[in-house]
Design a protein around this ligand. Structure first.
Ligand SMILES: [Zn+2]
Length: 160
């Protein structure tokens, strides 16, 4: 197969005093996300998309949250590991499109730094990475500010 597509989706609950890290970028916030790892919901969705594209399961299979080695793990290392696994299967990243679903904080100032950071994790150019953010018009768990979600779609290309 020359191209393979992957999808990733992740949710974390607000309610910790950890720093808010999204796409590998620390964002000023009065609250953080509950997680065994650093809670980077964006990198988790992307990692799942990479693993999904090459049919290697999901992030929980490779980095179980019951494993103490991954306590407060830097999610960028998990993403890079998934990209290495995909490379062993003969695929590299084509492009990625990411949607953060959050009622707050305002993401606009951090979109570009996130694209640069994610591109470095994926081993691709930042123009191959698109990050956008949306609210849910105050509807649902995101709108009630109970948590934050992220979707990612990724295209992987066979290395020639
Ligand atoms: Zn997660």
């Amino acid at each position: 197969m020359q191209f393979r597509v992957g999808h990733g989706y992740d949710v974390h609950k607000w309610g910790s005093d950890k720093p808010l890290v999204l796409g590998g970028v620390t964002i000023p916030s009065e609250r953080g996300l509950l997680a065994h790892s650093d809670g980077d919901v964006v990198l988790h969705a992307i990692t799942d998309a990479v693993l999904g594209a090459v049919a290697l399961g999901d992030i929980g299979r490779h980095f179980p949250d019951t494993d103490e080695r991954f306590a407060n793990a830097d999610s960028m290392l998990l993403l890079k590991h998934a990209v290495e696994l995909a490379a062993k299967e003969g695929y590299r990243v084509g492009n990625a499109d990411i949607t953060i679903v959050a009622q707050s904080p305002k993401m606009a100032p951090y979109i570009e730094p996130m694209q640069v950071s994610i591109a470095s994790g994926l081993g691709t150019a930042s123009k191959a990475v698109n990050v956008k953010a949306t609210t849910t018009e105050k509807l649902g768990f995101v709108g009630r500010e109970e948590g934050l979600a992220c979707h990612c779609v990724i295209l992987m290309q066979a290395v020639q």
